[in-house]
Design a protein around this ligand. Structure first.
Ligand SMILES: Nc1nc2c(ncn2[C@@H]2O[C@H](COP(=O)(O)OP(=O)(O)O)[C@@H](O)[C@H]2O)c(=O)[nH]1
Ligand SMILES: [Mg+2]
Length: 360
């Protein structure tokens, strides 16, 4: 599962990537024009709570991969199309984060000449839409010819879905706004349509906007209300400074600015949810840990995230919900009060479930 960071040049993509991954890439690496990928820890205070209780040797957090997608330079755009190399590297991501520049810096001129977040969002959205439209039209042409020659229900059905997509795209409606059932989604998954990917717009604000960032976010949210995108904000410059501080120094600094929660934490969590992931927990003297799981997965599938062997040899899962664990104070107290369960193969794992897998 991968989240691609996209956006116009000098919007703060690499800044966001580096502060999130706590890496520092030198200019030479950044200039290489290749995408950089890195795993990012998903903060989860439940793991800390479990660790306080079990005192394990290790604490491990669920993580997701972020990619700083390179390939979109100013020269890469002509009047209508981004390079196919850029679009190709966007395609492979499961969800997208669009960094939109709202800071002013004459050293790094905005490629469009001015700060205008709605315009910048539109530039990328339009580009993705046109790319999908071209692909849909191409495929529809082929399918129409094929279904005339051979009787094939699957191809006919694909044609129906794609015609529906075509209509939406022609009305400038991104595919992510369409309701589509699982089977149909599976059938067209291979196209990796760009406007079908969950999209989080992240506004990169000037540090003096801390006070009115909520208002800025709301305004953009309203403007794009019908596009099925989420909107959030961060302060690139502040995050760069925070990343270089010790923890207590960072806390003090955030207080001075009146920031309650690190924007990075919030954005990482939002991205995680956007991928349709929840977390289940494992615990013990050895390790307390959160694990990523696709929403709607069963207990054996969760076991498979830990180890494929565990899925094959799954018998039952012992389940306590984290909230109950906190309320009753221990696993044995949960047992006594009826908050401990044995679940079978059909059980759908919930966010915050503490699991112990019984296996053969
Ligand atoms: N003043 C200011 N500068 C920023 C901010 N975010 C990024 N920058 C600077 O803008 C330049 C471009 O940022 P970068 O992250 O490399 O943009 P990218 O091309 O989208 O990857 C860098 O010199 C950053 O240090 C911000 O919020 N405020
Ligand atoms: Mg960059």
């Amino acid at each position: 599962m991968q989240i691609g960071i996209v956006g116009l040049p000098f919007s703060g993509k690499s800044t966001l990537f580096q502060t999130m991954t706590r890496t520092h890439l030198d200019e030479a690496t950044l200039m290489k024009q290749q995408s950089n990928a890195s795993m990012v820890k998903v903060p989860d205070s439940r793991v800390d709570t479990l660790a306080e209780h079990f005192n394990p040797k290790k604490k491990v957090y669920s993580s997701v991969e972020f990619v700083d997608v390179i390939g979109l330079k100013k020269g890469d755009r002509d009047s209508t199309q981004f390079t196919s190399a850029f679009l190709g590297s966007v395609k492979t991501n499961d969800a997208l984060m669009h960094v939109v520049r709202m800071f002013d810096d004459p050293m790094y001129p905005h490629p469009e000449g001015s700060i205008d977040p709605a315009r910048d969002i539109e530039i990328l959205e339009t580009e993705f839409l046109l790319s999908d439209l071209a692909m849909v039209e191409n495929r529809i042409d082929k399918l129409r010819k094929q279904v005339q020659k051979v009787q094939d229900d699957k191809l006919k059905h694909e044609l129906v879905i794609l015609e529906r997509f075509h209509e939406a795209l022609e009305n400038e409606q991104p595919l992510r706004t369409l309701e589509i059932d699982r089977q149909d989604a599976q059938l067209v998954k291979g196209f990796q349509f760009l406007t079908q990917k969950p999209m989080l717009v992240v506004l990169n604000l000037e540090e003096d906007r801390v006070g009115d960032s909520d208002a800025v976010v709301s305004e953009i949210r309203e403007t794009f209300a019908d596009r099925g995108i989420s909107v959030d904000a961060f302060f690139g410059k502040i995050e760069m400074e925070l990343a270089q501080m010790e923890e207590d120094e960072a806390e003090e600094f955030m207080k001075d600015y009146g920031i309650e929660e690190s924007a990075l934490t919030r954005i990482i969590r939002a991205a995680y949810q956007m991928l349709g992931l929840i977390s289940f927990l494992t615990f013990g003297d050895d390790e307390c840990r959160s694990w990523p799981l696709r929403e709607g997965s069963t207990a054996p599938e969760a076991a498979g995230v830990i180890h494929s062997d565990l899925q094959d040899r799954f018998i039952r899962a012992e389940v306590v919900h984290f909230e109950d664990f906190v309320e009753y104070g221990s696993i044995s107290a949960c047992k006594e009060s009826g908050h401990w369960r044995l679940e079978g193969k059909e059980y759908v794992v919930q966010d915050g479930d503490m699991l112990t897998i019984r296996h053969g």
